[in-house]
Structure formats: structure tokens, C-alpha cells
Design a protein around this ligand. Sequence first.
Ligand SMILES: O=P(O)(O)OC[C@H]1O[C@H](OP(=O)(O)OP(=O)(O)O)[C@H](O)[C@@H]1O
Ligand SMILES: Nc1nc2[nH]cnc2c(=O)[nH]1
Ligand SMILES: [Mg+2]
Length: 180
Amino acid sequence: MKDDILKVLLTEEELQAKVKELGAQITEDYQDKKLLLVSVLKGSVVFMADLMRAIDTYCRIDFMNVSSYGSGTKTTGTVKIIKDLDIDIAGYDLLIVEDILDSGKTLSYIKKILMERKPNSIKICTLLDKPERRQVPDIKADYKGFIVPDEFVVGYGLDYAETYRNLPYLGVLKPEVYSK
Ligand SMILES: O=P(O)(O)OC[C@H]1O[C@H](OP(=O)(O)OP(=O)(O)O)[C@H](O)[C@@H]1O
Ligand SMILES: Nc1nc2[nH]cnc2c(=O)[nH]1
Ligand SMILES: [Mg+2]
């Protein structure tokens, strides 16, 4: 698997340090709130698992599965709900946890449908932001780890054709991997 990586963009240490920083900020901001962390499957699970342990205040967690990329590297533009939340979110302070904000279609769709359910507040925490590829201009992250260049990145939860999610770092694949 390592042989498929062209370059490492963010090391395991850099990722872990940033997650600690984000967790500390969220801990401070949500002291007197009813925090519900909403992880968007599957990409955000690795970040979510680390982030929730870096947060030192009361919180609950829930998961939603939405998919728009299929097995390719380009958004299909259509976001589908595959699994909805279990919890009724009325009265909660939601923090949507995402691995990457790219075209913005996934997060703008999720934010819109969750706002209709009248939570107390909704904010977005994304580990990665790829602003050069944005198609929905008004979607912004309230907490952001790193800005990444316009390249398809894998690892730390992010996949190519459902593979590479288990890499502990973030990297870019060699071009020949896509023609396999
Ligand atoms: O800003 P966007 O262009 O919408 O892209 C971001 C979304 O794309 C990926 O999910 P994907 O739909 O590939 O599913 P996955 O999380 O299961 O990999 C990623 O995890 C984000 O959720
Ligand atoms: N794996 C992966 N999924 C994405 N979804 C949106 N952008 C990306 C990306 O750069 N990599
Ligand atoms: Mg995702």
C-alpha cells in the first residue's frame, strides 16, 4: 500500500497535533452547551475518533452516512442520505465533523437538512479544506485543520475507491494507481 503513495502531505504527528488543538478550542467553546458531534460517514470516522477524545466536556455522538463521490475522484453532484441520525436534534448544539470540505456540496446539503430540524445551533468542523475547488461559495467551516492544495488526497479516513482509509497520514497517490 505504501508503494502507491507519491508524497505525504501531512504526517501522523502533524495530524495528531492539529486534532489536539481543535479539541482544546471546542472544549472551551462548548463548556455550557449541549454538544452533539455529528460524524459524516465514512470519511470522517478516523478524525472523529481522535477528535472526540481530544474534547474534554460533556458531549454525545451520532453518525450520518451521505455519499456523493461513488468510487471516483469527482463529485457526482447528487448527495444521497444512506443513513440518517438516530437522535432527535432539537435543542442540541450540533458540531458537524467532516474530513474534507471540497466542492462544498456534501456539507451544504447536510447543514440545510439539519437546520430544518431546529437544533439550538449548528457549526462545522472540518479537518481539511480545499478552497480552490469550491462550487458552493457560502459554505464555511467554523473549525478548520489544514488548507490542502487542489489534489485528490487519501489516508486518515479518506479513500480512493474505498481503499487507503487506514493510512495514518495524508498523502497523494501515484498517477498509475488510477489506471489500475
Ligand atoms: O465538498 P464535497 O465535494 O461534497 O466533498 C466532501 C465529501 O466527499 C467525501 O465523502 P464521499 O461522498 O466520498 O463519501 P465517504 O465519506 O464515504 O468517502 C468526504 O468524506 C466528504 O464527505
Ligand atoms: N479521498 C478524497 N475524497 C474526497 N472527497 C472530496 N475531496 C476529496 C479528496 O481530495 N480525497
Ligand atoms: Mg464523506
